[in-house]
Structure formats: C-alpha cells, structure tokens
Design a protein around this ligand. Structure first.
Ligand SMILES: *[C@@H]1O[C@H](CO)[C@@H](O)[C@H](O)[C@H]1NC(C)=O
Ligand SMILES: *[C@@H]1O[C@H](CO)[C@@H](O)[C@H](O)[C@H]1NC(C)=O
Ligand SMILES: *[C@@H]1O[C@H](CO)[C@@H](O)[C@H](O)[C@H]1NC(C)=O
Length: 222
C-alpha cells in the first residue's frame, strides 16, 4: 500500500495548506470562524468510530492510538492529533463534537460538528453491492450529509442557521480513499478501482453542493 501512504501524506499536506490559508484569512479584517463542520474518513474522525457498532472495539479503541497527546484512545487513527485538530487550534475555535458522541441538545452543535467516520466511503452501499463489493463500515458521505442536514434543522430559525453557517468553516475530506481500498483489497485490480473514479468524483461533488446524486451515478453503469 505504499502508493496509498504517499497519497495520504499528499492529502494531509493539502489539508494543512488549506488550514493555514484559512487561519491567515481572518486576520485581515475578514471573517472570524466560530466553528467547523467536518466530513470525511479516518483522516478526520476525532471520535465517531468509538460510537459506531462496526468499529467500536476496533484498533483505534486501543493503544498505541491516542498515547502521545490525549494519553488515551479517542477514536482518532493516530497516536496524536489529526490535521483537523491543528486547524481548529490555529483558528482558535473549539474542537467539533463527534456527531455520534454528541448529546441531544442542538446547543452542542452550534459551534460545529465532526461527521467524519473512520473507514467511511464516498460511495454508498448500492454501488458497492452492484459490484460484489462491501464497505468496511456502513457509513458513506451521503450518511454524513444527511446527518448535517438533520443537525442544521435543529439550529434555530433559517436566519439563525444562515448566521451560524456563514461563520463556520467546512472541511470536506479527505474522502474516497477507502472506496479505492475496498476495490483493491477485494479485487486487487487497478482497473476495477479506476472505474470507480467518476462515481467517487460525482459523490464528492454532490456532497459539496448538497444535491442528490443523479440516478445513474448510484448504480453500476459499466
Ligand atoms: C447510512 O445509510 C445507509 C443507507 O444508504 C444505511 O443503510 C446505514 O444504516 C446508514 N448508516 C448509519 C450509521 O446510519
Ligand atoms: C436528528 O437530530 C436529532 C437531534 O439532534 C436526533 O435526536 C435524531 O436522532 C437525528 N435523526 C437522525 C435520523 O439522524
Ligand atoms: C475482479 O477482477 C476481475 C479481472 O479484472 C474481473 O473479471 C472480476 O469480475 C472482478 N470481480 C469483482 C467481484 O469485482
């Protein structure tokens, strides 16, 4: 999986750059972020995996995960912090609550939520099933955006919601690498993984615009 490790490093560097640009942005008289809404997989999950039945007792629930910074496993796929932790630190905003760990009160969500789940895919179960493949965990980007829609409905009036969203940073990703890993692990052919590319790009695009996927992207059209 060496090419994937390189890919992950590249993604992490990209996220760090985005974080730095964002952190620099609020100093020149512009917006100050009050919170962050984040989406993604294990590169961004700060605790959801500990609250999901499929991953609750997985590797991130045990040392060495968490041992260097938090001194206990937090569900992060790291011994220390993730890029998202450094971004919120640089922006001086609270670490977003993992969605699946949060209490019921909408107040918990006003300063951001982390919807990222370790192992999550960009694509939903239907496309995988149609190819004889199976997700690692039953969470896709569509689950995360529907959680977000649900949360946003509980944040108050439309006006209030707009105010909160206008002050919030949105971090989408990294997401999609698990889709390729699922295809490569099960089938071990780059060709199979490559056929997923347009579907994954469409799924990410649809999450960014909060639009439903066109029907032909939900099912195998190859
Ligand atoms: C995610 O959505 C799928 C339907 O597409 C559903 O079967 C699954 O239970 C959802 N996952 C969670 C954790 O809610
Ligand atoms: C929607 O949000 C409410 C309040 O946060 C929560 O109690 C409920 O379980 C959520 N429903 C879904 C389908 O996620
Ligand atoms: C795995 O790859 C082979 C060769 O490319 C292909 O014929 C087969 O249908 C694939 N199987 C699955 C389950 O994707």
């Amino acid at each position: 999986m060496a090419p994937f490790s390189r890919f992950l490093v590249a993604v992490a560097v990209l996220l760090a750059v985005i974080g730095v640009v964002a952190a620099g942005g609020h100093d020149d008289g512009g917006t100050r972020y009050s919170g962050i809404f984040s989406f993604g997989d294990s590169l961004t999950d700060t605790g959801n995996s500990l609250h999901l039945a499929a991953t609750r007792s997985g590797p991130t629930s045990r040392p060495p995960y968490g041992e260097t910074f938090f001194h206990h496993p937090t569900g992060r796929a790291s011994d220390g912090r993730l890029v998202v932790d450094f971004i919120v630190d640089a922006l001086g905003i609270p670490n977003p609550r993992p969605y699946l760990a949060a209490g019921e009160s909408a107040g918990d969500f006003r300063r951001g939520v982390n919807f990222a789940v370790g192992g999550a895919t960009a694509l939903g179960p239907d496309l995988f099933t149609s190819r004889g493949l199976k997700q690692f965990v039953p969470v896709s980007l569509a689950n995360q955006t529907s959680w977000f829609k649900n949360v946003s409905q509980h944040l108050g009036s439309v006006h209030e919601r707009r105010k909160i969203m206008a002050r919030s940073m949105f971090l989408v990703g990294e997401i999609g690498v698990n889709d390729y890993i699922v295809a490569l692990v099960v089938n071990n052919t780059v060709r199979e993984a490559r056929t997923l590319v347009p579907h994954i790009v469409a799924a990410v695009r649809s999450a960014l615009t909060l639009r439903r996927l066109p029907h032909h992207h939900q099912f195998n059209d190859h």
